[in-house]
Every structure is written in C-alpha cells, then in structure tokens.
Design a protein around this ligand. Structure first.
Ligand code: FAD
Length: 273
C-alpha cells in the first residue's frame, strides 16, 4: 500500500500542465486524487511524476451560457450536488453526483477526474451521456470538443491524447424530465448497475452504468420508446447490446436483470404526471 517513487509538480496554468505532460509521457495529472492515488498505492499506476492541477481555480466554475451549462473540469462532485444552477439546468447531473461515494469522496473528487479516469462503474459519465454532453479537451495543439458518445473508448480508455487536459464539460439545454437509479451493495459503494434517463422534445435517452467496458446508451430501449412501445415493454430491452462484467458483486446475468428492472423504474419516473 505504499506507492512507487514519483516527482511532484504543482501546475501554475493549463498550458504549464500540458507542457509538462508533453515532455514526460509517463507523468499523470492529479485532480482530486480519489481514483489515481488508490491505484498508485496498489502499484497499478506508477507515474513518473504527478502534475497537480488541483489548485487551478480557473477550472472550477459553473456558468449558465444560455444554450448550455459550462462546468469547469475541477468542479467537485459536492458542488454539482449542491449548486442551484446545476440543479436547475442539469438536474440529472446533480442527482447522479449526490450518489457518488460518501461526503469525503464528493468533497475531493472532480467531474474531470471522473470522466478522464474512464471507469464504467462511475455515475457521472453515464449521466452526461444521457444528457448528450460535450467535453472540451485542451492540449499543446489547442482546444477541441468531443461528444460524450465518442469520449470513452474502452475500459479506463478515453479520447484524451497524452498531453491533453479535459478542461470543460458542456451540458446542452432542453432536458424536460430526468431520472437516475443506482443499485449497490452498501450505501457508499460504486454502482453494481445504474441507469440515467433524460427526456427531451426529441425523445428519451437512456444510459447505463457498469453494463459494458464504457458507459453505454440503451439504444434498443430508446428505439422501442420512439416507436411507441409502452415503457415496461421497452425496459425489457435494456441489456440488448451490453457486455456486463461478472465480479464479486454480481454475475453478468444478475446485472442484465438489474438493468431491466432499473430501466423500468426510471422510465416510470419519467412519465409526465
Ligand atoms: P484523480 O484521481 O485525481 O484522477 C483520475 C484520473 O484522471 C487520473 O488518471 C488523472 O491523471 C486523470 N485526470 C484527472 N483530471 C483530469 C483532467 N482534468 N484532464 C485529464 N485527465 C485528468 N465514483 C463514482 O462515480 N461513484 C461512486 O460511487 C464512487 N465511489 C467512490 C468511493 C471511494 C471510496 C473512492 C475513493 C472513490 C469513489 N469514486 C466513485 C470515484 C470518485 O468519483 C473519483 O473522485 C473520481 O472518479 C476521480 O476524480 P478525481 O478528481 O479524484 O481524479
């Protein structure tokens, strides 16, 4: 439980951090440290250096930009949970953030760290997939925007290039109703399975936590709903196209069952009253 040796540099700006990553491909960014440090203690991650972006307050904000909500990458889960602007403009994100770990984790962990870590058991990536969010990535070559649907590429694998930093999350306006459900073994645990759903004028988006190597849309459910199927019937398709893991918490078959049950639950909550 003792990490391998590493250098430590406190970044003074995004450009400084990106420059440090560019010259040392084995360096890693440190944000809240709540995913990276446990991996380092187990020596599953052995970065040559930690580039600490945790004090870059320029990356800690929530701004209503009209057409979208802009959230700085260092915004903590606790802020997402408590900020009235997030509640009003991206209630699904606020609800999912309130389900992350325990208060200590939520006071340290950041939205950028959760997305960049790329764990399919994380709550925020699926919520942001259902919200059709976009991510701003900043690196030595400038800035680019990647849709949530194209960001997670595999287990712990993202579209981030080696010297890129996730700097902003953009959540579009237009979600009329939302629901989130998470099944876990103990109150503070990661999801065994989770389901996030967002209803817009154009239809319903459903995204699943821990049902594949990445967060994944339940496209068969969405298509059935769009074709007019009742929610209970559509929910039975929730595990179509998924690859749920089997581990100490649940078999793949139990996860498929949970996905169907939780999807029926969130679709029930989404129904207009
Ligand atoms: P860090 O640990 O600092 O970094 C994680 C990775 O992302 C590192 O590889 C780092 O280099 C990279 N990185 C960080 N920021 C950026 C950036 N801006 N741009 C590019 N790369 C970046 N999560 C859940 O979703 N649900 C849970 O129920 C849950 N329970 C938890 C319980 C415990 C006890 C713990 C310790 C963690 C739990 N987490 C849970 C994870 C938690 O949400 C983490 O805080 C989060 O996943 C990582 O955020 P961080 O800011 O701590 O990132």
């Amino acid at each position: 439980m003792i990490p391998a040796g590493f250098d430590y540099v406190r970044a003074e700006s995004v450009a400084h951090a990106a420059g440090l990553l560019a010259v040392d491909p084995d360096a890693k960014l440190l944000a809240g440290g709540h995913s990276l440090v446990p991996l380092m203690k187990l020596r599953l991650a052995t970065p040559s250096a930690l580039v600490d972006i945790g004090r870059l307050d320029t990356l800690r904000y929530v701004r209503d930009e009209g057409g979208h909500l802009a959230i700085g990458a260092l915004t903590r889960h606790r802020t997402l949970e408590a900020d009235p602007v997030v509640a009003a403009r991206a209630g699904l994100l606020a609800t999912a953030a309130a389900e992350v770990g325990d208060p200590q984790v939520r006071h340290r962990g950041t939205i950028g760290g959760s997305l960049a870590h790329g764990d399919p058991a994380s709550d925020l990536p699926a919520a942001l997939l259902a919200l059709d969010a976009e991510y701003v990535l900043t690196g030595p070559a400038g800035r680019r925007t990647v849709p949530a649907a194209g960001f997670h590429r595999g287990f712990l694998e993202t579209a981030l290039e080696p010297a890129e930093i996730l700097t902003e999350v953009r959540v579009p306006a237009g979600v009329e109703r939302f629901a989130f459900a998470k099944f876990r073994s103990r109150a503070i645990d990661w999801a065994v399975v989770g389901v996030a759903a967002a209803a817009t004028a154009g239809g319903i988006r459903v995204a699943l936590v821990n049902m594949a190597p990445t967060p994944i849309r339940a496209l068969a459910v969405e298509a059935a709903l769009a074709a007019g199927a009742p929610a209970a019937q559509a929910a039975r398709l929730a595990d179509d196209g998924t690859e749920p893991p089997a581990d100490v918490n649940a078999s793949a078959g139990f996860r498929r069952h949970l996905a169907r049950v939780l999807t029926a639950r969130v679709l029930g909550e989404l129904a207009p009253s």
